[in-house]
Design a protein around this ligand. Structure first.
Ligand SMILES: Cc1cc2nc3c(=O)[nH]c(=O)nc-3n(C[C@H](O)[C@H](O)[C@H](O)COP(=O)(O)O)c2cc1C
Length: 314
């Protein structure tokens, strides 16, 4: 009999596996997201690129590429268009994560339209505020993850059990998640799902240039840089000549994103900043999404069985 993972996250999201692909500007589009949804996880379409016309087409394309559930992320700091909520509702989206902003802003209208809403939080304070705003669940994001970050970063190991102890809602763990062992660890700390960012940037179906994927494969665990701590938003990116030159900047580096598409799709690693988590140090190859997800599932069961054997039955 094949074993199933059933919990509040699989129930609320309607997925077979409680594994969510992270929203990532320009990257989290239909090619990657449909591969994740078809493999039983939750594919997410981004809005942080701000290219809403392209995103509308991507959401429609998702319906051609998969009949499984998928979601959309509203990255509030990047999409200030007040019509974004209407946009998401009109496109028939059922699951939304909101991030980089105030959870009281969109939660009520999204929920009134019947959507399931998870808010991304980097601190306990943020978590309590999101609960008060009426969200259905939280994405708890540790500072080891890639992308924009709270300048006062806290690792998943500390943040997950801290939030779990104070909040009853389901938690999806983000930051440092990669395989069945990290998923089992996150579940031990109170999560019921995991979100993968860096692993998905480097997946075969990710649309980014091969140079970026290979830079992740080549990276050591020490090869990311935490930028802009003094100014905010802080961000974690791969160590490159460009990012290293900004490490001690005495001005806000948000103006230093340069030519994003030349890095993302042209492979010029110094044209912009390659957002990336510490977990890059554990990624050894570019692999198809379906393989990644089925391996996580297998390893998850192996891990919890091994622990039960070793410590529960003696
Ligand atoms: C290239 C890149 C772009 C990202 N863009 C977004 C975004 O648009 N919205 C968001 O909520 N998080 C964004 N993030 C953060 C991810 O959602 C995720 O939480 C994080 O990558 C998890 O950590 P990991 O990289 O260790 O898997 C981004 C991360 C990366 C690596």
């Amino acid at each position: 009999m094949s074993r199933l993972i059933r919990n509040r996250v699989t129930e609320m999201l309607g997925v077979e596996l409680p594994i969510v692909q992270a929203p990532m500007g320009w990257i989290a589009r239909s090619q990657l997201a449909s591969a994740v949804s078809n493999a039983g996880g939750m594919g997410i379409i981004e809005t942080s690129s701000g290219e809403l016309d392209a995103i509308r087409a991507e959401i429609r394309r998702m319906r051609e590429l998969t009949d499984k559930p998928f979601g959309v992320n509203i990255a509030q700091a990047f999409v200030r268009d007040p019509d974004i909520v209407r946009f998401v509702i009109d496109e028939g989206v059922r699951f939304v994560t909101t991030s980089a902003g105030d959870p009281t802003k969109h939660t009520a209208s999204l929920k009134a339209a019947g959507l399931t809403v998870f808010h991304v939080v980097p601190t306990l304070r943020g978590a309590l505020k999101a609960v008060e705003a009426g969200v259905d669940g939280l994405v708890v994001e540790g500072g080891e993850g890639g992308g924009f970050k709270n300048p006062r970063d806290v690792s998943s190991m500390v943040l997950l059990p801290l939030v779990r102890a104070k909040v009853k809602l389901p938690i999806i763990a983000a930051g440092g998640m990669l395989d069945g062992a990290t998923m089992a660890a996150a579940f031990a700390l109170g999560a019921e799902g995991i979100q993968l960012g860096t692993r998905m940037v480097s997946a075969a179906e990710s649309p980014v240039h091969e140079n970026w994927k290979q830079a992740i494969v080549a990276a050591a665990e020490t090869d990311t840089i935490f930028l802009n701590r003094r100014f905010g938003p802080a961000l974690r990116a791969l160590r490159t000549e460009r990012s290293a030159s900004l490490e001690d900047a005495d001005q806000n580096v948000m103006g230093e994103f340069g030519r994003v598409k030349d890095l993302y799709f042209g492979g010029d690693m110094n044209a912009s900043l390659a957002l990336c988590g510490q977990v890059a140090g554990r990624i050894e190859s570019v692999r198809p999404v379906a393989e990644i997800l089925s391996e996580i599932r297998e390893q998850f069961f192996e891990t919890i069985d091994r622990l039960a054997e070793a410590y529960v039955r003696g």
